[in-house]
Design a protein around this ligand. Structure first.
Ligand code: ATP
Ligand code: MG
Length: 225
């Protein structure tokens, strides 16, 4: 604990559609320490996903700076950023983005394969993660042959396979019923506690935010508490 792995300063983001420009983020300052579990709350449309994309380097801010794992994102090359995202930082999207024609297993090992790991090596790395998440008996299923909760756990397994320092999660329980949602939250709590992985999770749910060690609330493009 103690080392700062994420620091955003004065982050602003505007979108222009037609001749209308709207400022979605109006100056966000936020930081995350190693091993922390931070929940980001806010109403629909308040800019939570936008902020998460910017913090993860998937999108860039109109103004302001983001330092991720000690590197200023505006001066990191595309290749370096891609390597960081394969090895050190994972992202679980709000809307499921498993590759439909790959099995659960092939989806999970995809980032490792992209990083040049051999098939055998991948099998060794992920077998532990798949057991941890309780999906080891579903690995040959295609995403369409999995329940919503199983798909979400496969997405988590893919995020964990690379042994990242930090995982961004955009409403990881959004499409799940209450019981599945609770199970995913308990898994996330274990991932954070037992593996020391820092989590930055967007959620609508106050009950799910309660699993985090700290809450950040966005309103009208600013952090209000
Ligand atoms: N690519 C884009 N072009 C134009 N406007 C956008 C774009 N992406 C997001 N916005 C606008 O930015 C605002 C914030 O969107 P964002 O997806 O960050 O909200 P959110 O807080 O994640 O909402 P939700 O809880 O519904 O997921 C919305 O008003 C949206 O219309
Ligand atoms: Mg969103």
């Amino acid at each position: 604990m103690g080392s700062r792995i994420l620091e955003a300063k004065g982050v602003k983001k505007s979108y222009t559609v037609g001749d209308v420009t709207s400022e979605v983020l109006k100056g966000i300052d936020m930081s995350v320490e190693e091993g922390e579990f931070v929940a980001v709350l806010g109403e629909s449309g308040s800019g939570k996903s936008t902020l998460l994309y910017i913090l993860a380097g998937i999108d860039s801010p109109t103004e302001g700076s983001v330092k991720l794992l000690g590197r200023e994102l505006s001066s990191v090359s595309d290749e370096e950023l891609a390597a960081m995202r394969r090895r050190e930082v994972s992202f679980v999207y709000q809307f499921d983005n498993l590759v439909p024609h790959l099995t659960a297993y092939e989806n999970i090992i995809l980032p490792l394969r992209l990083d040049g790991k051999k098939a055998k090596e991948c099998a060794d790395i992920v077998s532990d993660v798949c057991r941890f998440l309780g999906i080891h008996e579903r690995l040959n299923n295609l995403p369409a042959q999995l329940s919503g909760g199983e798909q979400q756990r496969v997405a988590l397994a893919r995020a964990l396979a690379t042994d990242p320092k930090l995982i961004f999660l955009d409403e990881p329980t959004g499409s799940l019923d209450r019981e599945r949602g609770r199970q995913v939250m308990e898994l996330l709590e274990r991932i954070n506690r037992e593996r020391g992985v820092a989590l930055v999770m967007v959620t609508h749910s106050a009950a799910h935010a309660a699993y985090a060690s700290r809450k950040v609330e966005i309103e009208d493009g600013l952090i209000v508490k």
